[in-house]
Design a protein around this ligand. Structure first.
Ligand code: GRF
Length: 218
């Protein structure tokens, strides 16, 4: 059984989508080489809504508050020790609002992925929807990528894209992109646990997948 550990900071809607996919698609009952389960959810914020979602699904939860550590490196080392207790095949950043040290990223190379609410490499960082609107882009979306040392810059696994409505608000756009994230993220996780997607020499290998698989649209 491959263990998935999810790191969150907030409401956890992507976590919910993942847990629903796990149940609907019976990841636990797959052949041994591809069987997987969300083994634990770890939050750096005790009030993160996603913790309730995890508990309701019977998934172990842990809270590790970054404020209790003197340095970023100390927090990341403690976080890694906690993650490793769950023997993860995959570590998923699902709305985890922390910049990670290069040491942390290196430790999980090839098994650490992130979902980011823009079409990378455009709009790294925060406030992506408002910035996309301010820039006047006509196409916007979300990206799932392997995490590298540079923020929101790792090798792209798949993306979701939609057309921006002329008078769309940032809130409306965010909601539409989020709905696509909920399709995109479980899909990418499933490919990884099945071994169809992997990182090799800094590039994504996607065996047997085609453009239509790797782009989610409304
Ligand atoms: C999502 O928009 C994700 O792309 C970003 O953080 C947000 C998390 O939302 N990294 P949720 O906690 O999964 O609802």
């Amino acid at each position: 059984m491959k263990n998935i550990v999810c790191l969150i900071s907030g409401r956890g809607s992507n976590l919910r989508a993942l847990l629903e996919a796990q149940q609907a698609r019976r990841w636990d009952a797959a052949p041994p080489a591809a069987a997987a389960q969300v083994r634990a959810v770890i939050s750096n914020r005790p009030g993160a809504g996603g913790l309730q979602i995890a508990r309701a699904a019977g998934v172990a939860t842990e809270v590790i508050e970054h404020g209790g550590f003197p340095t970023r490196a100390a927090f990341d080392a403690a976080l890694a020790a906690l993650i490793d207790r769950f023997d993860p095949a995959l570590v998923l950043l699902a709305g985890f609002l922390r910049v990670l040290t290069p040491e942390f990223v290196a430790r999980y190379e090839g098994r650490l992925i992130n979902v980011h609410p823009s079409l990378l490499p455009a709009f790294t960082g925060l406030d992506t929807h408002a910035r996309a609107l301010a820039a006047g882009v006509r196409v916007h979306g979300a990206t799932v990528h392997f995490v590298s040392r540079d923020l929101d810059a790792g090798p792209i696994i798949a993306q979701a894209a939609l057309g921006v409505e002329p008078d769309e608000t940032a809130e409306a756009l965010a909601a539409r992109v989020l709905a696509l994230e909920h399709v995109l993220l479980p899909r990418c996780v499933e490919w990884i646990i099945q071994g169809r997607v992997r990182l090799a020499a800094g590039r994504v290998v996607a065996e047997g997948l085609h453009a239509a698989d790797l782009l989610v649209t409304p």
